[in-house]
Design a protein around this ligand. Structure first.
Ligand code: CP
Ligand code: NVA
Length: 313
């Protein structure tokens, strides 16, 4: 017997950004992911991907994304195929659209981690199978899904909760801003000058979700005040390695440490997508402390994406 996919989820074709997912669909997907996690725990997964294959393309390194997609596909009876980009040459050795067509003729889904977000869009435009964004310079929607799942498991209802992202207005921050908007959470970013989410981006979220509560502040303590959730990410993302020294200097004072966390609600929890640069953007004390949900968050990548594969493939 195959898993019953909730009717609301039957229309999803790709998973490219949280921006493109309707709020009710996102909520249904998170509920489904939590339900499937419980099903997995009691050994009730069905081999719904038997005879199917997921092609995985990585232009950037990965631990969690590769491991979780590979494991999730195998748990559902499917075949994960890891295509290293130094062999494929996405957009260099071969046009993105040709890669999309060829993979579509042999596999049942594509998961890609890329630099340029337009590569994901181009894969989706030319593939006849579902495309999942496993991180681009623009977005990291699988991470945001696992994060939201972790928060629902912890808090239950998320509406009205305040999430403060301390750090760079890059892929993880953008995906969380969209997620908060769609889940009726308050989103605050605390960032130094030059690393804020742009007004254009914030305007786009507000236009799509008029009720969205989004703000950007300079002072991390002010940003974290009253927060239910404090999130950070590396100050130097993949592809920004040349800027590392400048970024370390620019982000001074933005470390998520015990002192900063005291400004949040006493029951606040901490997330980090990992990999973490310990004692740089987050201290050992916080990441290993009682308020950290960082490792359940990492495990939820597996559960969220397995649910996504059940729905899409
Ligand atoms: N959080 C995350 O995406 O981890 P990886 O880069 O290891 O896949
Ligand atoms: N912002 C980070 C996330 C890593 C999962 C990066 O893009 O490198």
């Amino acid at each position: 017997m195959n898993t019953q996919i909730p009717p609301k989820l039957r229309g999803i074709r790709n998973f490219i950004s949280i921006a493109e997912i309707d709020a009710t669909v996102l909520k249904a997907l998170l509920t489904f992911a939590i339900e499937r996690k419980h099903a997995a725990r009691i050994g009730r997964l069905q081999p719904v991907l038997q005879g199917k294959a997921l092609a995985m393309l990585f232009q950037k390194p990965s631990l969690r994304t590769r491991l979780s997609f590979e494991r999730a596909t195998a748990q559902l009876g499917g075949q994960p195929i890891n295509l290293e980009d130094h062999q494929v040459g996405l957009g260099t050795r071969e046009a993105v659209e040709d890669v999309a067509r060829v993979i579509s003729s042999m596999c049942d889904g594509i998961m890609a981690r890329v630099y340029e977000h337009s590569f994901i869009e181009s894969l989706a435009a030319h593939a006849s199978v579902p495309v999942i964004n496993g991180l681009s310079d623009e977005y990291h929607p699988c991470q945001a899904g696992a994060d939201a799942m972790t928060l629902i498991e912890h808090f239950g209802e998320l509406a009205g909760r305040r999430l403060t992202f301390v750090g760079d207005g890059f892929n993880v921050a953008r995906s969380l801003a969209w997620t908060c908007a769609k889940l009726d959470m308050v989103f605050v970013q605390a960032a130094p000058a030059g690393y804020e989410l742009t007004d254009t981006f914030l305007g786009r979220v507000r236009q799509a979700v008029p009720t969205a509560e989004l703000s950007v502040v300079r002072d991390p303590a002010e940003g974290v005040r009253g927060a239910d959730v404090v999130v950070t990410d590396t100050w130097t993302s993949m592809g920004q390695e040349d800027e590392k020294a400048k970024r370390l200097a620019d982000f001074e004072g933005y470390q998520v440490n015990a002192e900063l966390l005291r400004a949040a609600k006493p029951e606040a929890v901490v997330l980090h997508c990992l990999p973490a640069y310990r004692n740089v953007e987050i201290t050992d004390e916080v990441i290993d402390g009682p308020q950290s949900l960082v490792f359940p968050e990492a495990e939820n990548r597996l559960h969220f994406q397995r649910a996504l594969l059940e729905v899409l493939l």
